[in-house]
Write a protein that binds this ligand. Sequence first.
Ligand SMILES: N[C@@H](CCC[C@H](N)C(=O)O)C(=O)O
Length: 269
Amino acid sequence: MVLEFNKMNGAGNDFVLVDNRERKVKLRPEQAVQLCHRQRGIGADGIMLLVPCVSGKADWAWDFYNSDGSVAEMCGNGARCFARFVQKLTGINSQFTFETGAGIITASFQGERVTIGLTKPRDLRLNEQVTLSVGAQPIHSLNTGVPHAVLFVPDADKAMVLSLGQEIRRHAHFAPKGTNVNFVQQLGNGAIRVRTFERGVEGETLACGTGVTASALISAELNGFKSPIQVQVQGGDLLEVSFKENGGHFEDVKLTGPADFVFEGKVTI
Ligand SMILES: N[C@@H](CCC[C@H](N)C(=O)O)C(=O)O
């Protein structure tokens, strides 16, 4: 069949978006892999299909695939792109909701930027000593829709994102689901810089929205960072994480950043 798609990116994390409101597309994992392939396909970190929300709990829903064909519960940068895609197809400018594997996400538009309201963060674990090939390291973790490990590093440029990222991503400590891995440098002005090794892409991406969010919340928890936190990502963009703290719990967690169309096309699958 011929698939019509939009190619988009959110802070350099790139995606293929497909209108599947009529549910005619049945994507198999190997087709997702083929479409995301950077030499043999369109090239992307993931694919989102817009579908009707059958549960009736939200305005829309998505099916999300990583570039290795695995299904992910949530994607922060993808969510902003999805919001712009829905806006383009339906003309909506006001806040709306969509259902993901992690729960209901809200989306709203601030001029060029998009804000998404995430699901309540869960499974916060701090300062767990994890034995790695470089020795035991304190690793923090938080699920912001998908699981994230967070390590603080003095200089993100020198972080061993590929080698250590891969090791932690599949470490027994995070089994069976594995984890995304974020290397976080604290910048002087209450901001942070984050580099992420992404599960399901199995490499470093130019940004990871849920990873940025987990890194910001853990910076707040451990180092007193205040909302909103500015986060510099590997692609050079700035994302913003805002939240409320209520008795040691984070609420009303929001991620704001860019979501850009790159091109439209048709591909036979
Ligand atoms: N890039 C995303 C995260 C996508 C899901 C992740 N690869 C996983 O499988 O956990 C983001 O911006 O949050």
